[in-house]
Design a protein around this ligand. Structure first.
Ligand SMILES: NC(=O)C1=CN([C@@H]2O[C@H](COP(=O)(O)OP(=O)(O)OC[C@H]3O[C@@H](n4cnc5c(N)ncnc54)[C@H](OP(=O)(O)O)[C@@H]3O)[C@@H](O)[C@H]2O)C=CC1
Ligand SMILES: O=C(O)CCC(=O)C(=O)O
Length: 212
């Protein structure tokens, strides 16, 4: 497997709720975000984009277009720029037969839902690209929605530190469980995550007394 560190370079397609928060959190950890796109355009800076300045620009201008801390590039090329890690955080279906063959990233973190179609998955797998699937990579949002439900039915409010600590526990365990599944069945992360999820639903269904 290719190696990964916080110092790796990242590309982001999409700078909305998911993409901008991912960029902020990653840059706080020292990650270098080399290109970002949204519906208005795309910018690139191989030395790393200053994400705080970009956020200020996006708040004022309603998009990344015109940001002075990088060069403007063709938004259609964002997925295939040089980088270690690609984060599609905009739309489904963008990593397909056409784009997958030119992708240079060694890792893809699927922040958007269903950004990679099955044909592309096969192409990426043959190229040795590791894909962290949407069902695992972006499950933090729905996990915190579950926490909101839990707090509502208990009539109790957690503070932000408690939310983050609980989230870390669930996400870390989720990742370890998926990795274990992959090891047992010698499969990729998407198959491991789906198998784990389907098995859990099947088990819960049987425990509730519903038969197939
Ligand atoms: N919000 C959440 O809690 C979660 C969201 N997701 C998934 O993440 C993805 C993004 O969601 P979210 O961040 O909430 O949505 P937003 O609408 O907040 O952000 C979407 C971003 O993608 C950009 N965009 C749209 N079309 C294109 C395009 N053709 N090329 C480049 N960028 C484009 C938008 O640009 P612009 O702003 O200029 O329109 C915006 O920056 C979706 O697939 C969603 O299902 C997954 C888990 C949780
Ligand atoms: O807010 C949530 O419950 C998560 C939303 C989500 O997963 C999504 O938009 O795809």
């Amino acid at each position: 497997m290719p190696s990964l560190s916080w110092k790796s370079s990242f590309l982001h397609q999409g700078f909305g709720n998911v993409g901008s928060w991912a960029a902020q959190l990653l840059s706080e950890q020292g990650a270098k975000i080399v290109a970002v796109s949204d519906i208005t355009g795309a910018i690139k800076n191989s030395s790393g984009i200053d994400i705080t300045s970009l956020l200020n620009h996006v708040n004022e201008s309603r998009g990344v277009k015109g940001f002075s801390g990088g060069d403007s590039i063709d938004p259609n090329s964002i997925l295939v720029e040089d980088c270690d890690i690609l984060i599609p955080a905009a739309l489904g279906g963008v990593i397909n037969r056409d784009s997958a063959k030119d992708i240079k990233a060694k890792f893809i973190i699927e922040a958007a839902n269903h950004p990679t179609d099955p044909e592309a998955d096969e192409i990426l797998s043959k190229k040795g690209v590791v894909v962290l699937p949407d069902i695992l990579a972006n499950s933090g949002g729905v996990t915190v929605s579950y926490f909101e439900w839990v707090q509502n039915i208990q009539g109790f409010m957690w503070d932000e530190d408690k939310v983050n600590a609980e989230l870390k526990t669930y996400m870390t365990k989720g990742f370890k469980d998926v990795k274990e599944m992959c090891k047992t069945h010698n499969c990729d992360l998407r198959m491991g995550a789906f198998s784990l999820g389907v098995n859990r639903v099947a088990k819960a269904t049987l425990l509730r007394g519903w038969e197939a």
